[in-house]
Design a protein around this ligand. Structure first.
Ligand SMILES: Cc1cc2nc3c(=O)[nH]c(=O)nc-3n(C[C@H](O)[C@H](O)[C@H](O)COP(=O)(O)OP(=O)(O)OC[C@H]3O[C@@H](n4cnc5c(N)ncnc54)[C@H](O)[C@@H]3O)c2cc1C
Length: 381
């Protein structure tokens, strides 16, 4: 196993860190307080090449390999303190662009991917419903066949980027009697009549990206916008979730590295009882644990990128990584608050925001309980 990076990969990581630090953190405390999504920052990330990363150049992307993409996303999370923005970007890359690239027709790829990569359009992944959360296939949204397409009726809830998205990957029952085998995915443009979006809902963290509901009321979806064959929704969902679970937290690894550096710097300078707090074993042990969580997260992430690049099945590893990265970011965020004392708790020092943001990670892309279920099932339990 070769763990080394090329000069070019490391240079890209350094460039993205500098870009993110210089361009993406401005006025963040206020934007977090007010729940403001800044389109300008999204566009800057698109122009840098974040969204196009592994998408082939023919579809408006940069054609990078997966390991380079993951290293770039990690660097983005190190430089960018706005976890809402990095979640929005990762969500689009892994849950919208990747299924279109893998399962879309040529027409769908050329229609959607260049727009999504350039930032002209924003994509959402609309699966969850009020009564279909972890039990995703209990959905009630229906797509009834009509001449030339389908009529979509239903309601998707807690959808990231809902208020600003131009296109959403939507799951619906085309044949409700067939249960999970009767589900189909659609690419729904939010400008269409019959699509209504609720306002962004106030939330604990990740406030710089909107989370809200999307209603479909007699919305006509042309057949050209069906993703994959009719009834293939469960297979598409499982294949897409594998990627989402694997990589949605790539930028959190960078966030953990940033937290660690800041905690070390603080522990080396903050004086109590006549010495720096890093000299107290309770503090230094905590920081050692943070480093361990960071390194194990990194290894799982890089291994997955390598496996996916080699087209190997990685269902187990995807859930392991998802569970571990989400829980580690939450644990390290808590430890960063502890290490900074009251400064960790006060909003003005911008330490506590990571903790509020990290809590979302143990819920979206499958809760930690669900990841454990998947792992246990694969282990034959
Ligand atoms: C920040 C954020 C962003 C999100 N973004 C999106 C998005 O872009 N698109 C989208 O479609 N959805 C999104 N969601 C919704 C998210 O996917 C769901 O919240 C998640 O799947 C859990 O569903 P639920 O909230 O209905 O909880 P429930 O499924 O009702 O779960 C409640 C509790 O029961 C546990 N539980 C449920 N079933 C089991 C089981 N079989 N075994 C063990 N424990 C179980 C859960 O782990 C949890 O602790 C987002 C959520 C958040 C918080």
């Amino acid at each position: 196993v070769d763990f080394s990076w090329t000069e070019a990969q490391l240079a890209l990581r350094d460039r993205v860190i500098a870009f993110a630090r210089d361009e993406l953190n401005g006025d963040l405390a206020r934007r977090d307080r007010d729940g403001t999504f800044l389109r300008e920052n999204w566009d800057k990330c698109a122009a840098f090449g974040v969204l196009g990363s592994f998408v082939p150049e023919a579809y408006g992307g940069r054609g990078m390999d997966l390991l380079t993409t993951v290293l770039m996303l990690e660097g983005l999370g190190y430089g960018c303190r706005d976890n809402g923005l990095t979640l929005g970007l990762n969500g689009q890359i892994w849950s919208v662009q990747r299924p279109i690239l893998r399962f879309g027709t040529e027409q769908q790829r050329t229609h959607f991917l260049p727009r999504l990569c350039s930032g002209e359009w924003i994509g959402a992944h609309a699966i969850t419903e009020p009564d279909a959360g972890s039990d995703v296939f209990a959905l009630k949204t229906t797509a009834r066949r009509v001449e030339g397409g389908y009529i979509l009726d239903g309601y998707k809830s807690t959808i990231g980027m809902s208020a600003v998205a131009d296109v959403a990957v939507v799951s619906a029952a085309t044949n409700p009697e067939r249960g999970s085998w009767g589900i189909t995915m659609f690419l729904v443009q939010t400008e269409w009549s019959g699509v209504r979006r609720g306002p962004a809902r106030p939330k604990m963290g990740l406030r710089t990206v909107p989370l809200g509901d999307i209603h479909f009321e007699g919305c006509f979806v042309p057949e050209t916008h069906r993703l994959g064959p009719e009834g293939s929704g469960m297979s598409l969902f499982n294949a897409s979730m594998d990627w989402e679970r694997a990589f949605i937290f790539a930028s959190h690894v960078g966030g953990m590295a940033r937290q660690l550096d800041e905690c070390i710097a603080f522990a080396k300078t903050r004086q109590q009882f006549g010495t720096t707090i890093g000299k107290f074993q309770a503090v230094s042990n905590r920081i050692a644990d943070m480093r361990l969580r960071l390194e194990t997260s990194r290894l799982l992430l890089y291994q997955l990128a390598w496996m996916k690049q080699a087209d190997r099945p990685a269902g187990l590893e995807s859930s392991l990584a998802n569970l571990h990265l989400a829980e580690c970011f939450a644990a390290n965020s808590m430890d960063a608050v502890r290490t900074h004392g009251a400064r960790g708790y006060l909003a003005e020092f911008e330490v506590e925001r990571d903790l509020r943001d990290a809590v979302g990670g143990v819920i979206y892309a499958g809760t930690s309980d669900i990841q454990r279920n998947v792992i246990a099932r694969i282990l034959g339990l």
